[in-house]
Design a protein around this ligand. Sequence first.
Ligand code: HEC
Length: 457
Amino acid sequence: MSNGTDLELVPSLPTWRAKWLRVKILAIFLRALVLAQAVAGLRAEVTFSRDIRPLLERHCVACHRPGEVAPFSLLRYEDAAGRSRMLAEVVRGRRMPPWKAVPAAVRFHGARRLTDREIGLFSAWDRAGAPKGGETNPIPEPGDAGWRLGPPDLTLKLPRPFPVPGGGPDLYQCFALPTDLPGDRYVRAADFRPGNRRLVHHALFFADSSGASRRLAGGAGNYPCFGLPGFLPSAGLGGWSPGNSAYEMPPGTGTRLGRGAMVVLQIHYHPSGRAEEDASELGLYFAASSPRQRLFDVALGSREIDIPPGAVNHRVTDHFTLPVDVWAWEAIPHAHYVARAVRAVAEMPGRRPLVLLEIRDWDFNWQERYRFAEPLRLPAGTRLRMEWTYDNSAANARNPNSPPKRVLWGPGTADEMAGLHVQVTPVQEADAAELAEALWGKFMRTVGGGFPGRAPE
Ligand code: HEC
């Protein structure tokens, strides 16, 4: 040894080597363990009690239980075993659970989506002949939810039970409910209790400060309203579908309900096979003080829709450039039956385009508000762009016209729309006026003097 430094290093080397060897052995051992488990997993039969029951409980029974909107229950082994092939098929095709957004960079709150592994379990279980794997209790029914945010500040009920015939097409009915508030209130949250879960497929809520909904509803208090509510709402107040959580507005925001304001409940009814009634309720929760900031609706859309019969890839686009920095909270697509796909993209200056929402198999019956798991910060200069694609051929099974006909913009079942709403709040509250002005300009250009949502026929 020639110097002190080496002398110090040499004795430490073997310990270091020994440590490294120990780590290495441990790693090999762990890897072997993982492999052995994987092999065992492959060999072990996929059973109802171990593998399928938890999946049904987590992803299916919110809708598939007695008294719910889905056509059959999946609470018991027998319910699922008799349909194992069908279950495997619908999950493989991602028809169930219903969730239309294609996975992308942006994650959504409450996404109903199975992993590839979970889909594989349904297939493996079916192939194995739907084994039970020991005794198992039926899945407990989720308790009748009650008001999930506690007692509402204001409960609005249908004035009288609404009759839904046993069969025929789905119904879209709007109920104009007076709030009779003594003064201004700001809604911070809304929750919905379906009166008859067998009938209520989904519901959307709107504020109306113009009184237009009252006129549309007339003495009956309700009117048919396929698609949009038939007037220009002063704001959206959220929506409900089975298994969804209650609607809560972004912190610091609130939707104003003034004196004389109406709230409109738009309910999608799915006939259950026998004539029944529904008496749903909406619960509203008010903010303790007036909101710190405004929630803005960036309404992308176009009324220039003219789709020739037979067209399979007809596109309708729109865009809006944000004048200020914003937080984006939610994307809400809207179109009818000829629409097949929608894509919303944020093109931020100097960045790669960010897909906010993409749906490739649009289904009018699964209207959803796609709330981002985290709000997205979009800088000034971001171009929000949307593109709808329509299939007006006979190959589109949902085409309302057979043979296909020319389709124009309009509110009816056989008309089309192209809407994509992005709900945003300005990052700096001082920017609100500038954003409002830009949005107003866009709105006036879009409607060209008229107002969207002419009265339904
Ligand atoms: C949000 C409610 C909801 C959830 C969650 C849900 N379903 Fe459904 N399901 C329905 C409704 C409603 C129907 C009736 C057809 C329709 O309206 O699309 C249906 C129909 C079905 C059908 C019949 C398919 C057909 O073509 O008629 C199967 C099979 C099915 N669901 C399986 C599942 C499975 C498996 C899960 C969980 C992995 C699941 N569903 C989750 C609401 C739901």
